[in-house]
Ligand binder design. Structure first.
Ligand code: NAD
Length: 452
């Protein structure tokens, strides 16, 4: 082990604990051990692999509060979110525990024999996790990857390693064999980059910024390494005048300010039909001002701090360029706070309209008709999620089909359900996670022909 990283509580700016960062040699060692563990894990009877994943889920379930408390302190997440996130790891493990016994191939009619297909695991999978949702994003990678028979090396973000480290311990406690799931805390430029260059890592699952993701994809090309990318977003919340405007405005803050806006699915652009624009803003203001922005150690907090002083400075940089229409409050103190802030925008070229702020800032713009709404929603290089509020279900479906994004919801802001596929269009990503097909993304399809 080389360096230490001091984990900081973002609500107080106080140190929590020092975590050793893995060196290049540590990363190589973890990858080699994962490679050595692969044949036995792959050969395990499907029912036994399923049982181990269910046991892992049960152990996570028994530690929900402990994991949540770590995330409240490490990432500044609210208690409600942190408990949901730990529960999501458990649910993913249970859901994908159904996969080992259902990795069906096909029998394809051909002349002269029998043709069957198999889904074979890839080997070692490297999962690179960002700091915004440390637990769920780890689980979306490791649960289906393990279910499909791969071994996993997982690198948490430097800023948020604590829950991943604990999940690695809980996997062993649940009886997963050593080196099947290894958590390697370290720098992206060292450990993350090694997942890309090491020949024994057969797939990289990356969630993070679009810029780093492009570099990973370029790096993976050298070995034709499989890669899944979940990147940034600038998603639109489209509100038509026929919707329940008061209800749409009351829910809009939670669709962008949840996790202090550090959410790739944040609906950070609100498009409102012009005839309802003033009414919408008049309802949005009290909803934003009423948000409970508190130290997340307070159970009633609805929004916590940003992850770091650097992220706080970045977000403030965006706000310095614009006139804020209205903003909520913060508890102040040394934590990395930014109030939930609303900006009205007329120029679609404005930086705040185009770039992912990744903080509690939402930009609002009017639109004229359905075609204008779709054109404005699609005027971005991102395409991760989005919402449509309307009482006309036909329009809801039409617009959902017309918006170029991977995850749309009508009269709802939900994006991520572990039962359904998740991922981005355009520069928001490549490939899909979650849903029934996720384990397949961690396999090669093999075709075998047997002559009669
Ligand atoms: P980041 O790209 O800086 O870091 C993400 C991870 O990559 C970290 O673990 C980091 O250590 C690692 N990393 C950094 N440089 C690397 C390199 N050269 N090689 C390999 N690994 C490297 O992103 P971040 O700031 O931690 O996360 C915020 C970003 O993540 C936002 O842009 C957000 O939209 C995106 N995000 C996307 C999704 C999604 O599902 N689409 C989900 C969450 C976050």
């Amino acid at each position: 082990m080389s360096d230490l990283h001091t984990v900081i509580n973002p609500a107080t700016a106080k140190p929590v604990i020092d975590v050793p960062l893995a060196s290049l040699a540590d990363a190589d060692y973890a990858i080699e051990r994962a490679h050595a563990a692969f044949p036995a894990w792959k050969a395990l009877a499907p029912g036994e692999r399923a049982a181990l994943l269910r046991r892992f889920a049960a152990v996570v379930d028994a530690h929900i509060d402990e994991l949540a408390e770590l995330e409240v302190r490490n990432a500044g997440h609210t208690w409600g979110n942190a408990r949901w996130e730990a529960g999501n790891v458990r649910d993913c493990l249970n859901y994908y525990a159904g996969a080992p016994e259902r990795l069906f191939g096909r029998q394809i009619p051909v002349a002269g024999g029998v043709d069957v297909t198999f889904h074979e695991p890839l080997g070692v999978v490297g999962i690179i996790v960002p700091w915004n949702f440390p637990m769920p994003i780890a689980g979306w990678g490791f649960a289906p990857a393990l279910a499909a028979g791969n071994t996993v090396v997982l690198k948490p973000a430097e800023l948020t390693p604590l829950t991943a480290i604990r999940l690695g311990e809980l996997a062993l406690e649940a009886g997963l064999p050593a080196d099947v799931l290894t958590v390697v805390p370290g720098k992206g430029s060292v450990v993350g980059a090694r997942f890309v260059t090491h020949e024994l890592v057969r797939k990289v699952c990356f969630t993070g910024s679009t810029e780093v993701g492009k570099g990973i994809m370029r790096g993976c090309a050298d070995q034709v390494k499989r890669v899944t990318l979940e990147l940034g977003g600038k998603s639109a919340n489209i509100v038509f005048a026929d919707a329940d405007i008061a209800a749409a405005a009351a829910s809009a803050p939670y669709a962008v300010f949840d996790n202090a806006g550090q959410d790739c699915c944040a609906r950070s652009r609100i498009l409102v039909e012009r005839s309802a624009y003033d009414e919408f803003l008049s309802h949005l203001e009290p909803a934003v001002l009423g948000m409970r922005v508190l130290d997340p150690s307070d159970e009633s907090s609805e929004m916590g701090p940003l992850i770091s002083s650097q992220q706080q400075a970045t977000v403030r940089g965006y706000l310095d360029e614009v006139d804020v229409a209205f903003a909520g409050t913060t508890p102040g103190g040394d934590g990395f706070w930014v109030p939930p802030s609303v900006v009205t925008v007329e120029d679609p070229a404005a930086r705040i309209w185009r770039e992912e702020v990744f903080g509690p800032v939402v930009a609002v713009m009017p639109f004229d008709d359905e075609a204008d709404a779709v054109a404005k929603a699609n005027d971005t290089e991102y395409g991760l999620s989005g919402s449509i509020y309307t009482n006309d279900l036909g329009r809801g479906l039409r617009v959902a089909r017309a918006v170029d994004a991977g995850n749309l919801s009508v009269n709802s802001h939900s994006s991520v359900r572990y039962w359904t596929p998740f991922g981005g269009y355009k520069q928001s990503g490549l490939g899909r996670e979650l849903g029934p097909d996720a384990p397949m993304a961690f396999t090669e399809e093999k075709n075998v022909f047997i002559a009669h």
